[in-house]
Each structure stands twice: as C-alpha cells, then as structure tokens.
Design a protein around this ligand. Structure first.
Ligand code: ADP
Ligand code: MG
Length: 360
C-alpha cells in the first residue's frame, strides 16, 4: 500500500529520520513505536505528504508521490491523519465532523448521512448539536477520528491518539480503531510510545530509535527476537549481559557467564561477546532436583529466590542462578510450589527460548 524507500528527513543540518525502508501492507494495522523524539511524527507527516523527504521516495498504491502538488493532493485525499493534539473547531460536533466534506463540496444530504454514521461509530450519536469545545478530552479525540473517517480514507494515520487520555477513553478509542480496520478494511498506521498499545492493536510493528527504523516485523519477531539491547529493554526484557560463546555446534551454542553455562540457538561463533534475552513466561520453575531430561536441548539452573513481585493474576519470581533470571507464574502455581524468598528452585528453559544478541 505504502512503500518507503531510503527516506531521510533533515531539518536544517539535523537528520531527524534516516535510512527508512518500510512497506505498509493494505488492510493492516501497523504500529510505529519508539520513545519520544525518535521520529515517529516526522515519519507520519512524510507518509501523509505534509513534508517532503530530503532523500529517498515514498510510493502510495504504486503511485509515485514525487509529482506535482495537484497529484500529491489527489493522493493525500486517499488518506486522513489525526494529530496528537486534536484541533476541534469552536462549532457543533456535527459541523466539526462535516468540515472536510463541506470543503470538498459534497452534496448536503450525503454529508448528513456520513456524519450520522460516523457519530454512531464513535458512540456519540446524541452529541451532534453540542459545541465541540465542551467535550472531554476522550470525546474530542473521538470527534477528531470521526472527522477523518467521514472522508472514507484508504489509509488512516493516527499520531499518539490516546496520549494523555484516561484508560476508559483509551479502551474506547482502541476498539474504534480495530472496528474501522475490520469493517472498512482501512489500513491504519498508528504512532505510539506505548509498547502495550502497539501490542494490543497492531498486526505488525516497527520500532524507531534515534530516527532509525531499527526493527520491523510481526509481534513475535519483535517480542521474542529483538535485534538489539535497546529494543529488548523497550519490549520488557532485561538482557543478561556478560556472556561469551564458548562453543558452537551447528548453531547450538554454549554460552558461558562466568561459571554458569547456557545452551542457546545462535549463529554467533565461539568467542563472541553476547547478551541473552529470556522472556519470563518461558522459564518453568520446579522444586530442586526436578529437572526432567528431555529430547530437545534444555537448560536446567538451580538458584535462590531473591523476591516475588505480584503482577496482576501473576507473580514475577526473581531468581539468582549465578545469572539473574525472572520467571512469570500464576499466583496459584506459586502457592502450589510454596515459593518464598530464599527458597531454592530449579529453572528450566529450552535452548530455543534463549534469544542471543551481540553485546555491543
Ligand atoms: P516523535 O514523534 O517520535 O516523538 P518527532 O518526529 O516529533 O519524534 O521528532 C523527532 C526529532 O525531530 C525531535 O528531536 C524533534 O525535536 C525534531 N523535529 C521534529 N520536527 C522538527 C522541525 N519541524 N524542525 C526541527 N526539528 C524537528
Ligand atoms: Mg510524536
């Protein structure tokens, strides 16, 4: 749907995004995630043809966007963008939503139909005559989304649509985004600094850091195979540092952390300095001595429980096995195992669940 090739954007001397290559597929929800200042808004504005790339090109549905202003406008009209701070006009909700259609010279009856449908979709049917500036932040954001939706865009660009909103309004807006994508097949690109939001909404995501798209892929790739330490931390894994590949036999490597050895799947050769990422849900705990040998390569480490942290219906168990490990268990299995601080446990982790990254 949208192909971004080798795009850089400079403001003065400052390169704000660089070397972006990305394809947004038709009908998907794509989340651009990354910390504040990483270039998400800049990239969305480039996609929306509000700015020109300094280098590289963007194609929309196979069409070049380097053409005349007239051609660019025709492409822009196939998209709609909702900005982070929604600008509502000091008029009624209805007039706010119909503004773009009036501007396009659409026939009044058709405008009324579309506005009515949009109000239903955002759940504000009774609000058409209300003045928009009297709405709550969440309602205003829904009006801003409705204003984008009435133009029936093929691509909806959303810049941090729920930043500063309460959890209830955030939930309503997230459901609305998923509904639009499902029912209208609208391609959605959403910028968010909220990893969990990206995880809830997106089919695929791209992680931006310092103006670069460091990794793009489906959720599994990002969460289980982050390409570097920064992304690993961002997706909630603390990489365990200080490892060295001691041997590697057809990609089944032994990694030494001082005296502790871990088996993992990696192509990195003997001698490489590495960090490993282990998702807490991949760590199985048992009482000491209960480590079943299995056909696939498994790690079996014994350690002492440092502390237990409640996490909703789960508990994070921090264990010192010579390396710091974290396991995620249900409260019930914690109780059943009688886990407590200072107790000894055995942690089992499949070699395939240990993700290895170069430690640089
Ligand atoms: P994000 O949306 O991820 O927070 P932005 O794309 O807004 O990041 O900004 C990335 C960087 O580019 C920031 O350091 C910001 O200050 C800078 N920047 C954005 N727009 C401009 C501009 N018009 N002129 C100069 N610098 C800008
Ligand atoms: Mg931004």
């Amino acid at each position: 749907m949208i192909r971004i090739s080798g795009v850089d954007k400079k403001f003065g001397d400052r390169e704000v995004v660089s070397g972006i290559n990305l394809e947004i597929r038709r009908g998907e929800i794509f989340a651009l995630i990354g910390p504040s200042g990483s270039g998400k808004t800049t990239l969305l504005r480039l996609i929306n043809l509000l700015d020109h790339p300094t280098r590289g090109s963007i194609a929309f549905d196979g069409l070049s966007t380097d053409g005349s202003e007239h051609e660019r406008l025709a492409i822009r009209r196939r998209m709609a963008m909702v900005f982070q701070k929604p600008a509502v006009l000091n008029t009624t909700v209805e007039q706010n939503i119909s503004f773009g259609l009036q501007f396009r010279g659409m026939e009044q009856g058709q405008i009324r139909d579309r506005v009515t449908r949009a109000l239903e979709m955002i759940g504000l049917s009774g609000f058409s005559k209300r003045r928009a500036i009297t709405l709550s932040g969440g309602e205003m954001q829904r009006v801003a989304i409705a204003r984008a939706l009435v133009t029936e865009p093929e691509v909806l660009l959303l810049d941090e649509p729920t930043a500063n909103l309460d959890p209830l309004s955030t939930g309503i807006i997230e459901n609305l985004i998923m509904q639009v994508n499902r029912e209208k097949k609208t391609t959605v690109v959403i910028a968010t600094h909220d990893m969990a939001q990206g995880q809830r909404l997106a089919h695929r995501m791209g992680v931006m850091m310092d103006g670069q798209l460091v990794q793009a892929g489906d959720l599994y790739e990002i969460f289980y195979h982050p390409v570097n330490r920064a992304i690993a931390s961002f997706v909630g894994i603390n990489p365990i540092r200080g490892g060295v590949v001691e041997s590697n036999e057809k990609n089944l490597a032994t990694i030494a952390f001082g005296g502790v050895r871990i088996q993992a799947i990696t192509a990195l050769d003997k001698g490489h300095q590495v960090a490993v990422c282990i998702r807490p849900e991949e760590v199985t705990l048992a009482l000491p001595g209960v480590c079943a040998p299995a056909s696939s390569a498994r790690n079996c480490l014994t350690g002492t429980i440092q502390h237990l942290l409640p996490f909703g219906p789960f508990t994070h168990v921090h264990i010192d096995c010579g390396i710091p490990l974290k396991a995620l268990l249900t409260r019930r299995s914690c109780d059943e195992l009688g886990l407590a601080k200072e107790k000894q446990v055995t942690a089992t982790i499949k070699a395939t669940a240990v993700h290895v990254i170069p430690d640089t």
